[in-house]
Design a binder for this molecule. Structure first.
Ligand SMILES: [Zn+2]
Length: 257
């Protein structure tokens, strides 16, 4: 069964040599649709150009917390205009990242929260990235709750997952779910209801086992779906079907045959 990749970065330099060959191949093979994320204004524009080229490639527009340095003052106005495009189906990826020294927590929080407000104004779902900043993310989500949101590449605890679910979150898993040391992600996956789970690659990163370490593309996602099926005790086809339905509903995708 063809699968929907809800989070990928085909603008990444790793695809510079063969981007369109890869997309042509996987979209005619086992990939039904892709949502390409953006991390700053130039990648928003690139993502939109990809959606023009492929009928079943959609995108999110937004500023990633690691890319806030060059953000123009009028970023909200720019994003509002870009988000008017029908194939911009979400605001993302946005959030908090305190992983590397030198981050500006205050500015990250301000940009994150402003983008949630924009998403709510436009009734668009939000794609959230959070690394080493769970407490501050929860604070913001309680204060300014997105109408609809997904926490991507989830590897947090079941306790945090429960708190997120109460706020209405969807939770999305990458190939990390297949890693031997991903016990927390697996335990969380066990307790998340099937109608709140989505799958993604975060391509070109996070390739699932047995591709771990290599450049990841959406065609590898079936391995993550197999793992999800195993955790939930259902057939792989069923897991793919459920996740595809969740993605279509969450992002309001208009997939063309
Ligand atoms: Zn990403």
């Amino acid at each position: 069964m063809k699968i929907i990749d809800t989070h990928a970065h085909y603008d990444d330099r790793w695809f510079d040599e063969d981007r369109y060959e890869v997309l042509d191949r996987i979209l005619s093979d086992n990939v039904l649709a892709i949502i390409n994320m953006s991390v700053d204004i130039p990648t928003c524009e690139f993502s939109l150009s990809l959606t023009e080229r492929y009928k079943n490639v959609f995108c999110a527009v937004g500023i990633h917390p690691e890319n806030i340095a060059d953000t123009p003052d009028n970023y909200i106005d720019i994003l509002r205009t870009l988000a008017k495009n029908k194939k911009a189906v979400a605001i993302g990826e946005i959030g908090l990242d305190y992983h590397y020294d030198g981050y500006d927590a205050e500015r990250q929080q301000e940009i994150f929260e402003n983008q949630i407000k924009l998403a709510n104004e436009l009734s668009l779902p939000v794609v959230i990235h959070c690394r080493d900043a769970t407490e501050d993310m929860m604070k913001i989500l309680h204060r300014t709750t997105p109408e609809k949101f997904v926490v991507h590449c989830y590897s947090g605890s079941p306790e945090t997952a429960k708190e997120l679910l109460k706020l209405g979150a969807y939770i999305s898993f990458t190939g990390v779910l297949t890693f031997k040391n991903a016990k927390k992600a697996v335990h969380s996956c066990e307790i998340i209801p099937s109608d709140r789970i989505m799958l993604e690659t975060d391509s070109p990163y996070m390739a699932p086992v047995p591709f771990r370490g290599s450049r990841c593309d959406s065609s590898m996602m079936h391995k993550t779906a197999e793992k999800l099926a195993e955790i939930k005790g259902i057939p792989t086809e069923e897991a793919i079907k459920i996740c595809n339905e969740n993605a279509v509903r969450f992002f309001g995708l208009d997939i063309k045959s």
